[in-house]
Design a protein around this ligand. Structure first.
Ligand SMILES: Nc1nc2c(ncn2[C@@H]2O[C@H](COP(=O)(O)OP(=O)(O)O)[C@@H](O)[C@H]2O)c(=O)[nH]1
Ligand SMILES: [Mg+2]
Length: 200
């Protein structure tokens, strides 16, 4: 089950809604059993056009579209996933309006239980830019579970990409995946690995 929340300004408006979600949840029924239900915020970070919105759309709605540019302001979607005995309600915070790591409002990072750091495998410079995003995130919320994602694996990319990705993952203490939002490769694995890391 998924639910979309759109709003035009970030900050209090967004956090109030997320808090409401926390208040409303607590116990979920899974089959004939009751299981704990927790809400976790994950932030999706990375430079423009690496495929952040496409990965979220693939994971939450299982679709791929070539144009998501119209979104204005913060954009949050939710999705429930099972991690062991725990039902995790992921509130997934996309970036909109193409902010940089420094211009992104601090409220966007606050409360994050985990983060997906996304780069474009076909543009190696986008991997290097993730250092800045990771630094700003850590300044705001300390060290949290991170997944490094090299997206667009369906396209041609430089041969040394996986080596460079592994080095960055080691530096960030992150797990890593090569994904394609277009061909639906590794997308569920990446989100669900993060969900498990946040609660288990
Ligand atoms: N070939 C390919 N294109 C992708 C993939 N993911 C995103 N794109 C394209 O890359 C562009 C930017 O994607 P978008 O999700 O808007 O990036 P964002 O700015 O990071 O949210 C769009 O034209 C997408 O269709 C992918 O896995 N493979
Ligand atoms: Mg986007």
């Amino acid at each position: 089950m998924s639910q979309e929340i759109h709003f035009v300004s970030h900050g209090h408006c967004g956090s109030i809604r997320v808090q409401n979600l926390i208040i409303q949840t607590g116990i979920a029924s899974v089959g004939d059993r009751l299981s704990p239900k927790v809400v976790k915020k994950i932030t999706i970070l990375g430079p423009p056009a690496v495929g952040k919105t496409s990965l979220i759309q693939r994971y939450v709605n299982d679709v791929f579209d070539t144009d998501y540019r119209s979104t204005v302001g913060a954009h949050v979607v939710t999705k429930e996933v099972q991690a062991g005995d725990i039902t995790v309600v992921l509130t997934i915070w996309d970036l909109a309006g193409q902010p940089t790591s420094r211009t992104l409002s601090k409220s966007h990072y606050l409360g994050s239980g985990g983060s997906l750091l996304i780069f474009d495998l076909t543009r190696p410079e986008t991997l290097e830019e993730l250092s800045l995003w990771a630094a700003e995130l850590e300044r705001a919320v300390g060290h949290i579970p991170l997944i490094l994602i090299g997206n667009k694996s369906d396209l041609e990319y430089p041969a040394d990409s996986s080596e460079r990705m592994l080095r960055m993952a080691t530096r960030l203490d992150a797990r890593y995946f090569m994904t394609s939002a277009k061909e639906s490769i590794n997308v569920n694995d990446a989100f669900e690995t993060l969900a498990r890391q946040m609660v288990l």
